[in-house]
Design a protein around this ligand. Structure first.
Ligand code: 5GP
Ligand code: MN
Length: 347
């Protein structure tokens, strides 16, 4: 379905349904929260009721997008999240391509059985799970996909000034965070979007400050410690990785979101083209992978880390003692490179 007929179908669903549930992915990031808040605020301005639900809590630095604590978090407010799901007659899924990405909410959402729409930018969406998909991967973010959709809605009529201010702020935040402040996944269309949003008088500095200048002192100490003590560079593989254990998290008074951006730090080293960050939690080790070259961390994650994502930014999970990570990672990357179709370290 092309985007224009998709927009007509979305318009029809919005007219017909009365209790819309907006859902983001597990460990929601700026793009997931931004796209949910943007959609919520657009619907609100049209007088359409919607509820925002996420499978797990989101970092403190994104709370400025939700000043009235409207987002229901399944970990902290399981009853409220489940109740909202039960009463919904349409689900709009934002910033994920597979229902497995909503973890504990997948069962309740499937049991409800109402139609699901997806608005996303990951590779390989599981289309059979959705009645309507707005899915593109040559784009910065789910927020940019949503921006394109909203601009085609009849009431917006291609005019950014018809979008509510909160919607504009949320769209900008999601795009800015998913491009890592314009460092990756920036397309000409992304700059067009940025410029259109900025022309409305959006306070870019406020968002910049809320996202990037809002960390604790202990997080800065943790960053210094990770760079000095916990970073391993593998020059032959053009790779660097860092490992953060639970006891180190305790030592540095770790809070959700404190490792935001750490995975990108080794890219500042000449020759490093692939990075990884392993973070131990109670039940698994969270894996973050990034690439600046043809090395597909999406394929790498699917093969060795029970995850996926994008070619240049992916995540996953491991279930093994944290001490086993260096050996596991170094062997995995050797095997992956040995079996690579083509050259992994091209631009
Ligand atoms: P991050 O490293 O920031 O957690 O995730 C980077 C990208 O990988 C994001 O686009 C995210 O959606 C995706 N991702 C993170 N964790 C997982 C996972 O466990 N499974 C899959 N399929 N994708 C993931
Ligand atoms: Mn995203």
């Amino acid at each position: 379905m092309d985007q224009t007929s998709g927009v007509c179908e979305l318009e029809r669903l919005l007219e017909e349904k009365s209790d819309i549930l907006l859902v983001g992915h597990f460990n929601p990031d700026g793009d997931s929260i931004g796209s949910m808040v943007a959609m919520h605020s657009y619907l609100d301005a049209r007088g359409i009721r919607s509820t925002m639900v996420v499978p797990s809590s989101f970092p403190e630095f994104l709370h400025f997008l939700d000043p009235e604590n409207e987002i229901r978090d399944f970990v902290r407010q399981p009853d409220a999240a489940l109740k909202a799901i039960e009463g919904s007659d349409l689900f709009i899924c934002l910033d994920f391509n597979s229902m497995s990405r909503v973890e504990g909410l997948e069962g309740p959402i499937r049991r409800n059985g109402s139609p699901r729409v997806v608005i996303d930018h990951h590779l390989g969406p599981e289309l059979s799970d959705f009645v309507l998909a707005f899915s593109k991967s040559d784009i910065s973010s789910a927020c940019e996909v949503l921006f394109e959709v909203l601009m085609k809605m009849p009431d917006i009529d291609g005019k950014v000034s018809n979008l509510p201010a909160r919607c504009i702020e949320a769209l900008y935040t999601g795009m800015m965070t998913d491009t890592n402040n314009y460092a990756n996944s920036v397309f000409p269309s992304t700059m067009d979007m940025a410029s259109m949003l900025l022309r409305t008088g959006l306070d870019k500095e406020k968002i910049q400050s809320a996202v990037f200048d809002n960390f604790s002192e202990s997080r800065m100490h943790l960053m210094g410690y990770m760079l000095q003590k916990k970073m391993t560079v593998l020059p032959e593989q053009h790779t660097a990785y860092m490992i953060l254990t639970k006891s180190e998290k305790d030592r540095f008074n770790y809070k959700e979101g404190d490792t935001e951006g750490f995975v990108n730090l080794p890219f500042a080293i000449r020759g490093v083209l692939v990075t990884a960050l392993f973070t131990e939690s109670d039940s698994f080790i969270r894996v973050s992978l990034r690439s600046k070259c043809s090395f597909s961390v999406n394929e790498f994650s699917k093969a060795y880390f029970n995850g996926g994502g994008h070619a240049k930014a992916s995540g996953g999970r491991l279930y093994m003692p944290i001490e086993a990570i260096p050996h596991y990672f170094e062997k995995s990357i050797e095997k992956f490179i040995a079996s690579y179709q083509g050259t992994p370290f091209d631009k």
